[in-house]
Write a protein of this length. Structure first.
Length: 323
C-alpha cells in the first residue's frame, strides 16, 4: 500500500495521535490506525510514538500501512443512477436500502459490488474508489474516484472539510429556528451499534436550517462540517429533534392530533430515517474547478412531505387540526 505523508494541521493541537490521524486519513478507521502505530508503522518527526501521545500541530507524519488480506468481492450487475461521470470520478445517486460497503450481515449486493461489475478496474482502488459513505437507508449523492490521484485528492479534501454536503431531513418536533450542534461523537458505551455524543469522541459539527414547519414535524436542510458515523441522526436527536423513521435514534411514532388517513399512513409507512443527501460540491481533482451536483428527493420522501403539508392546512370545521 502507498506510504502516506502529511503534516498534522494546527487545528488538531492537543488531540491524541490516533484521533488526529483518523481525522487526517478518514479512509482508515481509528482502530486500524492505532494498530499501525502500535506496530511501529507510524513515524512522527522521525520518532515512533504511542497512540495516546498528544500532538502539537505541524508535526510531519509518515504512515506505512500494513497490507491486509483482501476479501474477494463478486461483481454484481446492480443498476446504478449515475448523475455525472468523467475520467476522474463518478457521482452516484444511491437509493435507500442499498448498503455501501460489504460487512457483517451484508456480504454482497452492495454499492461496492455494483461498481466492480460496472467498472472492474476499480478493484485496484481502496473500496472500489468510494470516498465517503451513506447509511443503508439514507438516499442521495456519493462520489467515487476512478483513479488513484483522484482518490487521494478527494480523500484529502474530505479530511480538510472542503467537500460541501447538504442534506434534507424530516424531524420529529416543531423547530422555532435553525441552529448548530457542535458536540463530539463516539461509539455508544453499551450499544455498539449506536453512536452517541460523548466528551471522548471526535469533533463533529452539524448546521441545520428550517425549510418548512408542520404541526408536529419540521422539514430541515442540514450541512455537515465533519463526517462522523450517523452524525446527522445523532446530532438532531441530541438537539431534541430525531428523524422520522429512525430505528436507532428516533422515538415513538408521532401522529398529529386529529390527523387524516393520508398523513397517518405516510408516517406509519415510512420505515427508514427521513434523510436524503441532496447536494454535493467540491473542487474537481483534475480541472481544479468547483463542481456541484444535486439529486431530487425520492418518491417516499416527497409523499411524506405532501401528506404533512396537507395535514398542516387549518380546517375551520375541525379545530383539532389547527397548528
Amino acid at each position: 500500500m502507498t506510504v502516506l505523508e502529511e503534516r498534522i494541521p494546527e487545528e488538531h493541537r492537543g488531540q491524541r495521535l490516533d484521533q488526529a490521524l483518523a481525522a487526517l486519513f478518514p479512509e482508515f478507521s481509528r482502530t486500524r490506525l492505532k494498530a499501525w502505530i502500535e506496530a511501529g508503522r507510524v513515524l512522527v518527526n522521525g520518532a515512533r510514538p504511542r497512540p495516546k501521545d498528544l500532538v502539537s500541530g505541524g508535526e510531519h507524519v509518515r504512515v506505512e500501512p500494513l497490507e491486509e488480506p483482501r476479501v474477494a468481492l463478486e461483481p454484481e450487475p446492480i443498476p446504478l443512477e449515475v448523475v455525472h461521470e468523467d475520467a476522474a470520478l463518478i457521482v452516484i445517486a444511491k437509493p435507500a436500502g442499498l448498503v455501501v460497503h460489504p460487512g457483517a450481515g451484508n456480504p454482497k449486493s452492495t454499492l461496492q459490488n455494483a461498481l466492480l461489475a460496472r467498472e472492474p478496474a476499480l478493484a485496484q482502488l481502496p473500496r472500489a474508489g468510494i470516498v465517503h459513505r451513506l447509511d443503508k437507508d439514507t438516499s442521495g449523492l456519493l462520489v467515487v474516484a476512478r483513479t488513484a490521484p483522484a482518490h487521494a485528492a478527494l480523500t484529502k479534501a474530505l479530511a480538510r472539510h472542503e467537500v460541501e454536503r447538504e442534506y434534507e431531513a424530516i424531524a420529529i418536533g416543531v423547530m422555532t429556528a435553525g441552529g448548530t450542534v457542535d458536540a463530539p461523537i463516539d461509539r455508544h458505551p453499551v450499544d455498539r451499534l449506536r453512536m452517541a455524543v460523548r466528551g471522548s469522541g471526535r469533533e463533529a459539527v452539524t448546521h441545520y436550517r428550517v425549510i418548512e414547519r408542520f404541526r408536529a414535524h419540521t422539514h430541515v436542510r442540514v450541512q455537515l462540517e465533519t463526517g462522523r458515523t450517523h452524525q446527522i441522526r445523532v446530532h438532531l436527536a441530541h438537539a431534541g429533534f430525531p428523524l422520522v423513521g429512525d430505528p436507532l435514534y428516533g422515538k415513538r411514532l408521532v401522529i398529529p392530533k386529529g390527523a387524516g388517513a393520508r398523513v397517518e399512513a405516510a408516517l406509519r409507512g415510512f420505515r427508514r430515517q427521513a434523510l436524503h443527501a441532496a447536494r454535493l460540491a467540491f473542487v474537481h481533482p483534475v480541472s481544479g474547478e468547483r463542481v456541484e451536483y444535486a439529486t431530487p428527493l425520492p418518491a417516499d420522501f416527497v409523499e411524506l412531505l405532501a401528506a404533512l403539508r396537507e395535514d398542516a392546512r387549518p380546517v375551520a370545521s375541525d379545530p383539532r387540526r389547527r397548528p
